[in-house]
Write a protein that binds this ligand. Structure first.
Ligand code: MEV
Length: 382
């Protein structure tokens, strides 16, 4: 990684030129970057109901984010002053030690169909599995384009639930949504197969919707940072103590996860992805053991260096939805030069880990206010 130019001494226009050049933007794309807000009222009106205007937020960029050996420019849309700086500093530390190493389990979403009024839920589950092929065939009529791309529903699970209002059966279809986040497809599939499931079980279909707890769509990222790069043994100890605090206290785990998502969600937002889905998945995953825990983990290795990892559901896409309709989201996605939803997901998770790394380093060595407030004050004065 070359030494990064100092953004803080540059004007917004100079930063835009630098980013445009680095990202290889065409003159039209450069003009789009200059359009503050980047969203016409007409497009906004086509996106949601009852539109009365648009709402702009700052776009920041972090440089020097290295994931699986590739260097990324990562856009972040958020309002909190130190978030971009924390992620960039965390990325810089990681890049000094070979960067982030990431994997993705695949774009597998879960479609849930609830069947109630089932007298023998366990037997009903077996019957559903006996009809697996028929259910999948029907499900895969929902999105022929996805099938042509090699995606679609490929497995069926069924589980009985004993509830306050009686026995019910939950059928889960596993759907490979490829480069799309896939919510619409997965919901359409659920709606399509619900009558067949009701017929098979003799029950009544109610909810037909995706699950945001995307446990088959995980991004996993690992980073190793040497004690020297981090600033010494006491810094490593401070980060380990912070992690132990979060692991044992849900009040701290919640704040630590908020800080990690400070890195991940702004990238998801910049690229037109559904940040509420991402946040819901991350926090539910954090509580999967029955106790709410941090989504990152920090350990010391045999050499005394710090090892960090993150694992979280990553239901994001690079095609369709807001990515297509919001011109700025499309442009910022192009800036990243990612070729798949998997690649985007891994960079988003790595940004979360970078954010958490620098935040914990700061908290363990003095505090955010001490590190960032003086520069914020200076910025206000100029
Ligand atoms: C503030 O947005 C996020 C932090 O509270 C995260 C943390 O405490 O780890 C600083």
């Amino acid at each position: 990684m070359d030494k990064l130019v100092d953004f803080s001494s540059m004007s917004v226009e100079e930063r835009r030129d630098w980013v445009s050049q680095s990202a290889g933007f065409t003159p039209e794309q450069q003009n789009l970057l200059r359009q503050e807000g980047g969203l016409s009222l007409e497009t906004a009106d086509s996106m949601i109901d009852n539109v009365i205007g648009t709402y702009a937020l700052p776009i920041g960029v972090i440089r020097g984010m290295v994931v699986n050996g590739k260097e990324y420019l990562v856009p972040m849309v958020c309002e909190e002053p130190w978030v971009v700086s924390c992620a960039e500093k965390g990325a810089k530390l990681a890049a000094q030690c070979s960067g982030f190493h990431a994997t993705y389990t695949g774009s597998i979403m879960i479609s849930q169909i609830q069947i109630t009024q089932v007298t023998s839920p366990h037997v009903a589950c077996l019957k559903i599995l006996e009809h697996k092929r028929e259910i999948l065939e029907l499900a895969n009529q929902a999105d022929p384009v996805l099938i042509s791309l090699g995606g679609g529903a490929f497995d069926v699970e069924a589980k009985p639930l004993d509830t306050e209002v009686g026995g019910m059966v939950i059928t889960q279809l596993l759907v490979n949504t490829k480069d799309a986040m896939g919510a619409n497809t997965v919901n359409t599939i659920a709606e399509k197969v619900a009558p067949l499931l009701a017929q098979i079980t003799g029950g009544k279909a109610y909810l037909r919707i995706l699950s945001n707890l995307a446990v088959h769509r995980l991004a996993r990222v690992h980073v190793s940072v040497s004690e020297e790069v981090l600033g010494g043994s006491a810094v490593v100890e401070g980060i380990l103590a912070a992690h132990a605090f979060a692991w044992n206290d849900p009040f701290r785990a919640c704040t630590s996860n908020k800080g990690t998502m400070n890195g991940a969600s702004p990238v998801a937002c910049a690229t037109g992805n559904d940040i509420r889905a991402l946040e819901a998945g991350a926090h539910a995953y954090a509580a999967r053991s029955g106790v709410y825990r941090p989504i990152t983990c920090w350990e010391r290795n045999y050499s005394g260096d710090l090892e960090g990892m993150i694992e979280l559901p990553m239901a994001v896409g690079i095609v369709g939805g807001t990515t297509r309709t919001h011109p700025m989201a499309g442009l910022l996605l192009r800036m990243m030069h990612v070729e798949s939803a998997a690649e985007l997901g891994m960079v988003i998770a790595a940004t979360g880990l970078a954010e958490n790394l620098w935040t914990l380093r700061t908290l363990a060595t003095g505090g955010l206010q001490a590190e960032f407030v003086p520069s914020l004050e200076r910025r206000k004065e100029t």
